[in-house]
Design a protein around this ligand. Sequence first.
Ligand SMILES: [Zn+2]
Length: 254
Amino acid sequence: MESDLANLVPLLRKGTNMLVFTGAGISTGSGIPDFRGPEGIWKRRQPVYYDDFMRSEAARVEYWEYKLEGWEAFRNARPNATHQAIVKLELAGKVVSLVTQNIDGLHTKAGTSPQRLVELHGTNSLVECQTCSKRSDPEPHFDAFRKTRRPPACPCGGFLKPATISFGQNLRNEDLERAEAIAKEADLVVVLGSTLSVYPAANIPLIAAGRGAPYVIINRGATKHDSLPEVTLRIEADVEKVFPEAVERSLSTT
Ligand SMILES: [Zn+2]
């Protein structure tokens, strides 16, 4: 632990243009379940594919049932020390761009600037019309669904869906392009709480590392990039036990 910190702190001090890439592992401490983990929801439920959602009322009901099941946890979740540490770096004047696979909205709640944040897999904090793309607050839609069990619709007639990327749905080009542009500028890349097993998201850190930026991975459990020569520092630990402390030390003047 001390040696991990001793290696990480100078990298954080030196980095002026950081890419922080986050995954589900940083939000478990906020009570958000890791969907792909051993206790993940996909072990109990069949995923609803996007094409089925668009085609079938039964699939839309199934999808909204699943989202309703997780809604309370999402709505009540609060950012933890890791989310806050990333904001501290930004407030200290570092250029910190944040690319996340998480859909929990906790980086926004913690105070990360929207223009510095790319939510590659979308967000649960908004509902989006699949026809006119209008976005709205999820709460009234969940309230209505709880009562009627009918999937909500937009005034335009389009189907409403939480603004996340569903199974079988491509990432938004605009988000991917923003993330790639960030990776091409970064002088340090830090992965927090991701197994780096979901593509194309997992390519983003490699774009930065491939240009020679130091590559740090902090995760509990193996990641798909562990054996790559680009990795500068691999810390096997809960992110919350290492990263906030490392940020504090890197920002202190003593
Ligand atoms: Zn609409």
